[in-house]
Design a binder for this molecule. Structure first.
Ligand code: BG6
Length: 471
């Protein structure tokens, strides 16, 4: 990991689930990895609590906790009860931040992390700008040889549809610049997801085959065994398409389908991804809801929210003419798995009999194991005219090792380093929402499925109708 620059990190929504389970452990891990880094950590939320109480609630989510580091962590973390929509409260927060930054001779670089609902984002950004905490241009240097910066991170969901996302972008960009905004998608910091573009564009063998002449279909599976896990109110308002398709899955599709980007990191990627997102079109789909969802605590008995979606999309681009992109995603399914399957077209058979029954597939696995596999055919040893399926396997996890930093640790470090590949540009967000609005406008009927199953039984007819097989 690059050496972290000295900075103040303010987390809005410090008492929430995401902070407790992911962000606080990530900051703890940052301190462990870079004990010499100079960080001032401040949490803000509405509740009147003390910082020890808040951090202690996150302790069970920290692995291999070292008591000495923990004590240091408690000393550099502060809490300021704040009503985010109230300018007076933000002014008070600003005063406290300035006092602490001065006392600790911080550089004045600041990272604001919004782990709160999207309806806070606009007003909060404006309030921070009015309080001069978040400035468009930061003149001069303070106690630091590096340029002082102010950045703001927004957790997904960024908006609830195209109009709300567009309004939000306008509101935020009225007070700061796009270069300061990090709309993050935690999938983009998974090592193997970052690797998709590298696999494609650093190996000569793939690019010539990466088009409709050679690819039959692409399938993305993001299946989960768990149900709602605490995010009840949020999920019931959003559903699976807005929760994971609009962001994680469409980002995976964009990485798989984009043309060569200007560069493989930072700003270079977004234009290529945005181009694909703008050319995606909905073709068909099946929605599902697991049996018993409406009886979960906090869910409306007549809720029609989809907890499952199977979709067929197409990309209106010559490279992808007639190549369907299938998605299968949902909660309470038979297993937790995230994989991208790319099926190549069959070859002309030169054997008198026993032609290969299996096509070539490239499978990029994100979970459970990170890695990729190329399914090939080879001669059956000892038999003259028979083919068997074989595979070439790259276990990427074996390279990164089990101690690879957790996703949110890398994410915070990347934002501090100004690495934009973890952020989603406004053009990508707006294009994704346009597609999601298009999907939702079809008002697909919501089919019931058994928890622990593959999905609704209607998936069989769907596959027959479109003449493909689910992986
Ligand atoms: C989150 C969604 O963004 O991604 C959750 O809000 C989902 O509903 C999660 O469970 C899946 O992420 P991962 O990294 O566990 O695949």
């Amino acid at each position: 990991m690059k050496r972290l620059s000295d900075c103040t990190i303010v987390i809005f929504g410090i008492t929430g689930d995401l902070s407790r389970r992911k962000l606080i452990p990530a900051l703890y891990e940052l301190i462990c990895e870079q004990p010499e880094s100079k960080l001032l950590l401040i949490g803000a939320a509405l509740e009147v609590k003390n910082i020890t109480e808040i951090l202690t609630a996150a302790r069970p989510y920290i692995h291999n906790l070292d008591e000495q580091v923990w004590q240091k962590f408690l000393k550099i973390f502060y809490y300021v009860p704040t009503n985010l929509k109230n300018q007076l409260d933000i002014d008070k927060l600003a005063q406290r931040i300035l006092e602490l930054e001065q006392a600790q001779q911080m550089s004045g670089s600041r990272l604001f992390y919004c782990a709160v609902a999207a309806h806070f984002f606009g007003q909060l950004t404006i309030n921070l700008a009015k309080a001069s905490l978040l400035k468009r241009q930061i003149l001069g240097y303070k106690n630091s040889p590096e340029q002082v910066w102010h950045r703001i991170v927004f957790e997904k969901p960024f908006g609830a549809d195209f109009n709300s996302a567009q309004n939000l972008n306008r509101e935020i960009l009225s007070v700061i610049d796009e270069s300061q905004v990090f709309r993050i998608d935690h999938y983009l910091t998974k090592e193997i997801v970052e690797n998709i573009a590298f696999i494609r564009f650093t190996n000569r063998i793939f690019e010539p085959l990466w088009n409709h002449y050679h690819i039959d279909w692409v399938q993305i599976v993001l299946s989960e065994e768990t149900g709602l896990e605490g995010g009840v109110a949020y999920f019931d308002d959003y559903g699976t398409v807005r929760d994971v398709v609009q962001n994680h899955i469409l980002q995976l599709i964009a990485l798989v389908a984009m043309d060569a980007p200007k560069s493989l990191t930072g700003e270079g990627l977004y234009e290529a991804k945005a181009h694909i997102l703008k050319h995606l079109e909905f073709v068909d789909g099946v929605f599902g809801q697991y049996q018993g969802y409406a009886n979960e605590p906090g869910i409306k008995l007549d809720s029609k929210t989809e907890t499952f979606a199977a979709l067929k999309l197409k990309i209106n681009e010559p490279r992808w003419a007639d190549v369907p992109f299938y998605i299968r995603t949902g909660k309470r399914l038979n297993k937790k798995e995230t994989k991208i399957w790319i099926k190549f077209k069959s070859t002309h058979c030169l054997l008198p009999k026993n032609c290969p029954t299996s096509a070539n597939y490239l499978v990029i696995s994100i979970y459970p194991e990170g890695g990729f596999k190329l399914h090939l055919n080879a001669k059956k040893p000892g038999v003259r005219d028979e083919v068997i399926p074989v595979s070439m396997n790259c276990c990427y996890d074996c390279l990164t090792g089990p101690a690879a930093a957790q996703v949110y640790t890398g994410l915070v470090a990347d934002v501090m380093a100004g690495e934009r590949a973890v952020a989603v540009h406004m053009d990508e967000i707006e294009a994704s929402w346009q597609l999601v609005d298009q999907i939702m406008a079809h008002k697909l009927p919501v089919q019931v499925y058994t928890p622990g199953s593959f999905g609704p039984p209607e998936l069989v007819d769907f596959a027959d109708k479109h003449r493909f097989e689910w992986v």
